[in-house]
Design a protein around this ligand. Structure first.
Ligand SMILES: [Mn+2]
Length: 260
């Protein structure tokens, strides 16, 4: 039976300049790397070219994480939503140019208007996801939508939200399961068991069960033995990407042992 492969998100070096990211990519000890298209590492044409060279030099397979800061695909203003979707479209195009199998993004959030127009944000979220799926198909990139953490007003945090989403979307989209986010509402097992056919990508980091701390594996409250057991039972064999911002080397070793 195929085993999951361990990858690494470069989130931990997002404080460093882009040139430092390129240097790290030539040294990382993994075959799969996730690039956040965000902050100091925001992609552009020139950077895509350098990333391609670095990936080739170290034989890396890349996936792109969509920008997330200030990005709300369910925002009520049409002009803001157009701008946000344009930015995300660009990110998908770059993912295609990088030869990525996958581009993943966050669902929308509630706003200060949500209580005035109940249900409207949920509709905008679905519409935006459909628009992103059209772009991704044009660019030949697979997309996945990630479960988001408490206590933020995101629209898709629980298994219930995802069941409703899949029922209403009426289209195919993979799920990127963030195990650490699922720990914040105590639904790690529920997500893996109920959505194992949808999950195409996983993020792992640790936390205290209350805050999305992106800690190293084993430094928070997540029961990793039990996660590994459920992942195995679900016969999950895609990527498990480390998304901690500390104890990176140690966490990679831990994960290799756990899922190896
Ligand atoms: Mn994540």
């Amino acid at each position: 039976m195929a085993k999951p492969e361990i990858g690494l998100s470069m989130l931990y070096c997002l404080r460093e300049p882009f040139t430092a990211l390129l240097k790290r990519l030539r040294e990382v000890d993994v075959n799969h790397v996730e690039i956040p298209d965000e902050g100091l590492h925001t992609l552009n044409q020139r950077r895509v070219k350098s990333l391609k060279e670095a990936a080739k030099a170290n034989n890396l397979d890349l996936v792109v994480h969509a920008p997330w800061a200030g990005i709300n695909i369910a925002v009520p203003s049409a002009v803001l939503r157009r701008t946000i979707l344009k930015r995300l479209e660009k990110s998908i195009v770059y993912a295609g140019q990088l030869g990525c199998r996958l581009w993943l993004f966050h669902p929308g959030s509630k706003t200060a208007l949500s209580h005035i127009y109940p249900g409207k944000d949920w509709e905008q979220n679905l519409d935006s996801v459909r628009a992103l799926l059209r772009v991704a198909r044009r660019e030949g990139v697979e997309v996945a939508i990630e479960n988001t953490p408490e206590p933020y007003p995101n629209l898709m945090k629980t298994v219930r939200d995802f069941h409703r989403f899949y029922e209403e979307l009426d289209d195919n989209i993979g799920m990127a399961l963030d195990v650490a986010h699922a720990n914040l509402n105590n639904q790690i097992q529920d997500f893996i068991r109920q959505f194992h056919e949808k999950i195409v990508h996983m993020h792992v980091s640790d936390n205290d069960g209350a805050n999305d701390l992106h800690q190293g594996i084993g430094y928070g409250t997540i029961n990793w033995e039990s996660v590994a057991k459920t992942v195995k039972e679900a016969e999950y064999s895609n990527l498990i990407v480390l998304e901690s911002t500390d104890h990176v080397e140690e966490s990679l070793r831990f994960l290799r042992k756990l899922f190896g």
